[in-house]
Every structure is written in structure tokens, then in C-alpha cells.
Design a protein around this ligand. Structure first.
Ligand code: UD1
Ligand code: CA
Length: 461
């Protein structure tokens, strides 16, 4: 049987109290809706239809890289109405339709697969996913008879005090035979406290019309928590985060404190790497094997090789680090920093759009921007590439084996030749020949007996 997916994302998300559409609220820097889309895609449906309404343009843009069909629901008259809006695009479709909510982001592809497989096997007209929670408030409750058969779903706002005691909830995920879906949607009304067409009403119609219903109860309720508020957003983030962290641990990564480690699902980390607490690894970051990262390190969209040590409070974005590099504590690698094998980047060092050669060292308090630093170079403490003249940026080239004395100002454009040296404290404005020493300092003066004169002066006052 062919399978299609509908994802509901037209609601405003009033309870978020936000200018941003609910489904675009980020979890680990990625919009909530994208998690649902990825889970949907992993069940390999023939097509995915996204229902948009509030801020549809913004939402559309955020998923423009997905092969999706979009349907606009205007006005938004409830979840049942949202699905009805898709009938036209499914005119020639006769398989099963998996319906998902854009605000249930932690749902795993395994659970969806199990759900759709069970549905297909059972031959039911409608399958309903439920779960049992400690605090069911806000959710639709699944009401069963004494034999345990599902009778109907009642929304929180329409439930009696007794019905509210029920802890089995509707998670808002359904798999429905398409002909039953369109037929039952036609039977919905708005006779409820919210005046909306409720999608769970199709479950009630399935029972009253004596069609076959499968109730699929998911063991892990965390996966299917809906996000209606900021508090629930935080809970969903934590669920997703811990699943990602567990996956890395299974792959041979040590995560010292999973509770305080934030890793996006797009990140890859090699075996025997250790990630220490309070560390954030986002975006398209790849980390090799045997690295030590953290504590308190931030890495985004970067490539890190093998056996790299990134110490406390370092901040890296869009940079590339080869193997056996040691850096930090407190270093800042900005976009297009490329650190080659065996280099050492020390504390309070900022590097931007620069290459640092094999085995070179920038150990303390430096700014290296728009520079090509060769192999085996030593950059002394406090060195600065003066790359910006207020109008343009210029490059600095330091060739292999050069020794840049502490507190050198390299006024770009400039080139320091192979094995050349700059004397500490020099402001170097002209190219330095290979092997030469460039020294730019006023001659040192000496005033004899200075301490004695100071002592006498102090005694008088
Ligand atoms: C819904 C279910 C409830 C279930 C819960 C699970 C209904 C009536 N209730 O409640 O039984 O326990 O999910 O999380 O379905 N949407 C539209 N168009 C609309 C209204 C909503 O596309 O007109 C979308 C929303 O953007 C959202 C999803 O449908 O992604 C669910 O809507 P929401 O208002 O959050 O429903 P709940 O009150 O959570
Ligand atoms: Ca919801």
C-alpha cells in the first residue's frame, strides 16, 4: 500500500506568546518543524504535504530545500479542517495517509515506522497513536470501555472532571486509509467548546460507524510530547538532546555529562573522543577520533581532525583544524581559520581567515587575521596583524621557520621571509628578507640614580 504524509503546521501557536511561528522555534539551532520533516522523510512516503496558514511565507522559506507540497489553510478552523484542505491534492491518491503535527518534534522515525507497519499489517481503516502520561492536562484523552476498546477521544477543554482523570492521551499522530479519511472528515462538525473541526473526531466516527480501528500505544511518552508552550519547548529539546547524546555514546564517544552537552543531530564525532560538560557543538560540524573537547567549548560548522585538544572556553565557528592540534583555553577561531597538523593555539588568541602552518605556535594573546603563516613559525605573545587600514583588509604572509618576537605589529600588506626574525616590540611596516632580523625600536635611554631621586622626593612630601 502506498503511503503519504500530511504535516499540520498552520496554527498560530498562541500559547508560545511569540512573534515567531511556533513550528519555527529552534531546537538545537534548527526549527522544530524540520525534525518532524526528517522523521517523516525517513519512513519513505511517496509524498509529503505540509499544511500552512499563519506566517505561511516564513514557514515555507524555512523548509524550501525539502521536496514538499504545500497547502494553505485559510482561515484556520481546526486540525480536522486543516486535513480537509488537502483533499484536492490527494484526488488521485488511494493509499494510507500518515498525519503528523508540526509541534511534536521529538517523535522518532523508528516509532513512526513501527506505527505505519502495524497499521498496514492490521488492515485497519484508522490507526491512532496514544501514550500514557503522568500529567495529561491539555491533551485529548483516549476513553475506553470496560473491555479496553477505544470509545472516543475527548479534548481537554470539553472533558468532564472524570474524563480528565484519564491518563491515556491522543498524541495527534494518525494513519488513515485515504478513502475513510475523506469520508469521515465530511462527518465532522464544530459543536464543541472551541468551535473547531477537531481531527480526533474521525476516531469517534470510526467507532460509531463500526469501522476498524487500531490503537497503537507508544511506551515512551517523551517522544510524543506536544510543544504548545515555552516550557514544553524546553522539555522537547531535552528529549531530543539526550537521544542524540546517547547515539554518540553508543558510537564510542565519551560524554562526561549528557545533561549539559548540546550537540545538533547533524554533527558527527569519531570514536574515543571525549566531550566535557557545558559544551555546544552545532551545525555541520565533523570531529575526528581521540579528541578532547571542553569543558565549556562552543563549536559550530567546523571540521576538527583526530587527536585534537580544545580546552576550556574556546569558541570556534566555520573553521578547519587538522590533526594533533592543541588550542585554548580561551581561544577564538573565526570563519576560514585553518589550523594545520600539530599547531598550537594558546590562550586569548583570535584567528580569522588565516592559515596556521604545520607545527606553528601562536601561544598567547594574539590577533591573526587575513594571514598565511607557514610551517614551524613561532608567533610571540601579543603579536597583532594590523590587517585593516579603515578601508580595506590586507594580507600578512609569514614564511616557514620565521620567528615573530613578542608584541610585534605586522602592518599589512606585509611579508616576513623564511627564517626571518622580528624583534620584540617592533612595528614592522616593510617586508623582511629571508633570514634577516627586522628591528624597529627607539634606542633605550638610561637615567642613573632614578630610584634614589624618587626616594628623596617622597621623603620631602
Ligand atoms: C491536538 C489534538 C489533541 C492531542 C494533541 C497532541 C485536536 C483538536 N486536538 O491538540 O487531541 O492530544 O494535539 O499534541 O486535534 N493546526 C493547523 N490548523 C488548525 C489548527 C491546528 O494546521 O486550524 C496545526 C497546528 O499548527 C499544530 C497541530 O495542528 O501543529 C496541532 O494543533 P494544536 O492547536 O497544537 O492542537 P492541540 O491543542 O495540541
Ligand atoms: Ca499541540
Amino acid at each position: 500500500m502506498s503511503l503519504a504524509v500530511i504535516i499540520l503546521a498552520a496554527g498560530k501557536g498562541v500559547r508560545m506568546n511569540s512573534e515567531l511561528p511556533k513550528v519555527l522555534h529552534p531546537i538545537l539551532k534548527k526549527p522544530m518543524l524540520r525534525y518532524v520533516l526528517e522523521a517523516a522523510r525517513a519512513v519513505e512516503p511517496e509524498r509529503i504535504v505540509l499544511v500552512l496558514g499563519h506566517d505561511s511565507e516564513l514557514v515555507r522559506e524555512s523548509v524550501s530545500d525539502y521536496p514538499l507540497e504545500m497547502v494553505i489553510q485559510e482561515p484556520q478552523l481546526g486540525t480536522g479542517h486543516a486535513v480537509s484542505c488537502c483533499e484536492e491534492v490527494f484526488r488521485d491518491f488511494s493509499g494510507d495517509i500518515l498525519i503528523l503535527s508540526g509541534d511534536v518534534p521529538a517523535v522518532s522515525f523508528f516509532s513512526l515506522r513501527e506505527f505505519t507497519d502495524s497499521h498496514a499489517k492490521s488492515g485497519a481503516d484508522l490507526s491512532l497513536m496514544s501514550t500514557v502520561v503522568d500529567d495529561p492536562s491539555g491533551y485529548g484523552r483516549v476513553l475506553r470501555n470496560a473491555e479496553g476498546e477505544v470509545l472516543r477521544i475527548v479534548e481537554d477543554k470539553d472533558a468532564t472532571a472524570d474524563e480528565k482523570e484519564e491518563k491515556e492521551i491522543n498524541v495527534g499522530i494518525y494513519c488513515v486509509n485515504s478513502s475513510f479519511l475523506w469520508e469521515s472528515l465530511g462527518g465532522l462538525d464544530r459543536e464543541n467548546s472551541q468551535g473547531e473541526y477537531y481531527l480526533p473526531g474521525i476516531v469517534n466516527l470510526c467507532v460509531s460507524r463500526k469501522r476498524s480501528l487500531l490503537a497503537f500505544t507508544l511506551a515512551n511518552p517523551k517522544e510524543v510530547s506536544g510543544v504548545n508552550s515555552r516550557e514544553q519547548l524546553g522539555e522537547a529539546e531535552k528529549t531530543i538532546r539526550l537521544v542524540i547524546n546517547r547515539r554518540h555514546m553508543e558510537n564510542g564517544v565519551t560524554i562526561a555529562d549528557p545533561e549539559t552537552t548540546y550537540i545538533s543531530d547533524s554533527v558527527s564525532i569519531g570514536k574515543d573522543t571525549t566531550v566535557y560538560p557545558n559544551t555546544y557543538i552545532y551545525g555541520e560540524t565533523r570531529i575526528g577520533e581521540g579528541c578532547r573537547i571542553g569543558p565549556s567549548v562552543y563549536i559550530e560548522d567546523s571540521r576538527i581532525g583526530n587527536n585534537v585538544e580544545i580546552r576550556f572556553s574556546s569558541y570556534l565557528t566555520e573553521c578547519e583544524v587538522e590533526n594533533d592540534v592543541v588550542m585554548g583555553p580561551f581561544c577564538h577561531l573565526r570563519p576560514e581559520a585553518k589550523i594545520k597538523d600539530g599547531a598550537k593555539i594558546g590562550n586569548f588568541v583570535e584567528i580569522k581567515k588565516s592559515n596556521i602552518g604545520v607545527g606553528s605556535k601562536v601561544p598567547h594573546l594574539s590577533y591573526v587575521g587575513d594571514a598565511d603563516i607557514g610551517d614551524g613559525v613561532n608567533i610571540g605573545a601579543g603579536t597583532i596583524t594590523c590587517n585593516y587600514d579603515g578601508v580595506d583588509k590586507h594580507r600578512t604572509v609569514v614564511e616557514d621557520g620565521a620567528f615573530i618576537g613578542s608584541d610585534t605589529m605586522l602592518v599589512a600588506p606585509i611579508k616576513v621571509g623564511k627564517d626571518a626574525t622580528t624583534a620584540a616590540g617592533s612595528t614592522v611596516t616593510k617586508d623582511v628578507s629571508p633570514g634577516a632580523l627586522a628591528i624597529e625600536r627607539a634606542a633605550q635611554k638610561e637615567i642613573e640614580g632614578w630610584a634614589e631621586r624618587k626616594r628623596v622626593k617622597k621623603g620631602k612630601s
